[in-house]
Design a protein around this ligand. Structure first.
Ligand SMILES: [Zn+2]
Length: 239
């Protein structure tokens, strides 16, 4: 790579990294890719749902340039004195497999993707919270499909809700979530209390064509804690 190409890339990486660091107090290479426009946010979300095998397959730049950006990001973080903290990237599918970043699967490359760089200026408590959040398994996401003709890849059935698994959509019984009940958004206190008591939960989303993104509709929760909390709050039915 020639000098005049190298310089703008270093600047672009630093610019994206500075912006995300200022906003959230930590930065990862995935944040930088999003900031540089090399990764589409909807694609990143699909990858997090386990719909894309490896992130690099969806990155809009040539592999050597990507490797160079990764190296530049690491040196930016080290120069700034940020502290490296590994984060868990787990797919939002019932099986919860670790997400894969690189085509090669090289552990050293995977580790660079997984590293969150945290600002040393943040208070100790805040840093601890960031590390904890980065390692918390993500919420399961269940989709209310707009297309009613979908087919479960396991049993061939259909239904009002589906969960995406790497081979395709699955019905909730096949995903072993069939016993959960739908708690619509709207009562924050009820949602918070039931969520704290329900061992298994899943967020229910529906795609808004108008806004071009998935929007939260409510939560799937276990029936028993739902009934108990409704009683606690003196509710006899869900709105
Ligand atoms: Zn099924």
């Amino acid at each position: 790579m020639t000098r005049h190409r190298k310089r703008p890339l270093a600047e672009r990486v630093a610019h994206a990294a500075e912006a995300v660091l200022a906003e959230q107090g930590h930065a990862s290479f995935v944040d930088v890719l999003l900031g540089m426009g090399w990764l589409n946010p909807n694609t990143a979300a699909a990858w997090r749902r386990g719909q894309i095998e490896c992130l690099e397959g969806a990155i809009l730049t040539a592999p050597p340039r990507l490797a160079e950006a990764m190296r530049l990001f690491r040196s930016w973080a080290e120069t700034k004195g940020l502290s490296a903290s590994p984060a868990a990237y787990i797919a939002r599918t019932p099986q919860r497999p670790p997400l894969r970043f690189s085509r090669s699967g090289d552990p050293a490359v995977e580790e660079q993707y997984r590293t969150h760089w945290i600002s040393p200026d943040l208070p100790e408590k805040k840093r601890e919270r960031l590390v904890e959040e980065a390692n918390r398994p993500p919420e399961l996401v269940v989709i209310q499909p707009l297309n009613k003709g979908w087919k479960c890849h396991r049993c061939g059935g259909t239904g009002g809700l589906l969960i995406m698994e790497p081979p395709g959509p699955a019905c909730l019984s096949c995903a072993k979530l069939g016993d959960l009940e739908f708690l619509p958004s709207g009562n924050a206190l009820l949602t918070r209390r039931v969520k704290a008591k329900s061992a298994r939960t899943a967020v229910v989303v529906r795609f808004s064509k108008r806004r071009g993104r998935y929007e939260r509709q409510g939560l799937l929760v276990e029936a028993k804690p739902l009934a108990a909390v409704m009683q606690e709050l003196g509710l006899d039915r869900l709105e």
